[in-house]
Ligand binder design. Structure first.
Ligand code: HEC
Ligand code: HEC
Ligand code: HEC
Length: 451
């Protein structure tokens, strides 16, 4: 091969690799339902992090560290939800280029991190450096964890050493050549890794600073909620203003009152993070997992700090557009499909059923420019977050087999532009794309064949 051509090819590979693994939102993340127990609470699930029975004698650093692991949602990736023991790794993050497996981070000396020093552990979590000094892939969100304080890191290490050893050899890097070359991540780090510790902002309340610390560090909220550039780095000026994941859209979560959460009270926002739903929204998909594994177990004061911080972010300048005219053919088609298929649960006034079926009226997530999550929800159906406070959660049926792309586009355009909502229309082409991407069957025809 012509060497210049080969170099260009490698460069392209690096670029596309960056966009695929620069943020983990591109992967399907573990549906690790109930994989973690509340601090000081017993978990009855096989994947649960069991709090020791002898809580009273536990080293306080270990207790604090368990909480750090929960706030960091380490189990989301490091515990395989299907057959894994806590933190034993092996869960596959699928990329368009191949697989990356999350490592075994139990205290096993041979296959886990039992033989590591605290310094090596800290370097891996905060700087993305493996034990041999190799670069970790940013699917491991070290670019957020770099903000974690020395004290929290120290406590986290104290806790990780108490995680029962599980022998499970994991070879993380399953990527084919040339994506398997870890040195490539050096370039990514140079471009996108802001290696500076968290600094509280002067003149801002301690509560808001605590919120910023949790959101930017352990919570790694930007991994999903900030849009990425083509290299997989955070887009400038787009902080927490919404990000695209495979089949999902993580909406803007700033104080913007139209598409962000500016219209929610602190209490409503905390309720969402604690129970998985509030007066309008029900967390589903990747956010249901984050609530189930992580935020529901966080202390109320920390959730209020997150709320205070997010609501104070000015966010994007997106304002509501003019709603589509209710008399347009698209809106009328949507109204018909809605009343036949959706109103039983979401109500003809769009208000849904409290804590069970999302309210479609006044729901900011519904009015984002990007309708990806809504299309996925209607095609695939879904389930709200399962939490201690809301153990049953509601389920939404799948409509892929029942409705055509055009019918779904019309219904979504209708719910995005009724009851005071206003958002751009959804097209049949967008629905068709998601159907294809998610490998879903077409609408069933009358004779039972898939179109
Ligand atoms: C979004 C998924 C994700 C989350 C969340 C996550 N990790 Fe990871 N982690 C990974 C992946 C994937 C790797 C392997 C990366 C590689 O080999 O380049 C990894 C690697 C590691 C390693 C290096 C292990 C080794 O053998 O080299 C450590 C240590 C680690 N993670 C600890 C943590 C801790 C502690 C947390 C929580 C604070 C955490 N991780 C959260 C995905 C994740
Ligand atoms: C793994 C990706 C991921 C992570 C990490 C994540 N989110 Fe989300 N979040 C989403 C998705 C996807 C949705 C949309 C869920 C839906 O449509 O039901 C969402 C929805 C939300 C909403 C509801 C917004 C609305 O208008 O309905 C809030 C609030 C929120 N997230 C806050 C957070 C906070 C705070 C963090 C960090 C502690 C966080 N998220 C971390 C993916 C994520
Ligand atoms: C059997 C009850 C039921 C029916 C019928 C139903 N839904 Fe839902 N829907 C739910 C539940 C429960 C949720 C929350 C869980 C989830 O998001 O998966 C939900 C969530 C949604 C969401 C996501 C809202 C958000 O905050 O992200 C949209 C959009 C939606 N439904 C639209 C529709 C449309 C359009 C129809 C008709 C084609 C429909 N639903 C029919 C129960 C239902």
């Amino acid at each position: 091969m012509n060497p210049r051509f080969r170099m260009a090819l490698t460069a392209t590979a690096v670029l596309s690799l960056g966009s695929a693994i620069g943020f983990y939102g591109a992967f399907g993340v573990a549906d690790a339902a109930d994989s973690i127990a509340q601090p000081g609470q017993q978990s009855d699930s096989s994947t649960g992090i069991k709090a020791p029975v002898t809580q009273a004698q536990e080293d306080p650093a270990v207790t604090r560290g368990r909480y750090v692991a929960i706030a960091g949602d380490c189990a989301a990736c490091h515990t395989d939800p299907h057959h894994g023991k806590p933190f034993a790794g092996g869960y596959a993050l699928e990329t368009p280029f191949g697989k990356l497996l999350a490592s075994n981070i139990t205290s096993d000396k041979k296959t886990g991190i039992g033989a590591w020093t605290e310094e090596e552990f800290t370097q891996a979590v905060r700087e993305g450096k493996g034990r041999q000094g190799e670069n970790l892939y940013p699917a491991m969100p070290y670019n957020a964890y770099v903000k974690v304080s020395d004290q929290d890191m120290h406590d986290l290490w104290a806790y990780m050493q108490t995680v029962p050893a599980v022998e499970n050899q994991v070879v993380s890097n399953q990527l084919p050549f040339p994506f398997n070359i870890r040195l490539m991540m050096m370039g990514w780090n140079l471009l996108f890794f802001d290696n500076t510790p968290f600094k509280p902002v002067a003149g801002v309340s301690a509560q808001i600073n605590r919120g910023a610390y949790l959101v930017d560090g352990l919570g790694h909220c930007a991994a999903c909620h900030t849009s990425k550039n083509f290299l997989g780095g955070d887009k400038g000026g787009a902080y927490l203003q919404g990000g695209e994941l495979a089949g999902w859209h993580a909406p803007e979560i700033t104080g913007n009152p139209y598409v962000g959460i500016g219209g929610w009270s602190d209490k409503q926002l905390v309720q969402y993070l604690k129970t998985g739903s509030n007066h309008v929204a029900v967390a589903s998909g990747p956010m249901a997992e984050a609530v189930t594994n992580s935020t529901q177990h966080m202390r109320d004061e920390d959730l209020y700090a997150i709320a205070a911080y997010l609501k104070n972010l000015p966010g994007s300048d997106i304002r509501s557009p003019q709603p589509l005219k209710a008399t347009s053919p698209l809106m009328q088609q949507g109204a018909n499909v809605y009343s036949a298929n959706c109103s039983a649960c979401h109500n003809s006034n769009g208000k849904g059923i409290n804590q069970l079926a999302s309210s479609l009226a006044g729901n900011p997530g519904l009015q984002a420019d990007n309708a990806q999550s809504l299309i996925t929800t209607v095609l695939e159906g879904g389930r709200g977050a399962v939490t201690v406070d809301n153990p049953t959660s509601g389920a939404m049926p799948s409509f892929a087999w029942k409705l055509s792309d055009q019918q779904i586009a019309a219904t979504l355009s209708y719910i995005r532009n009724s009851w005071g909502n206003a958002a751009p229309e959804v097209t049949a082409e967008q629905v068709a794309n998601v159907r294809k991407e998610r490998k879903l069957p077409g609408q069933l025809s009358a004779d039972g064949t898939s179109r």
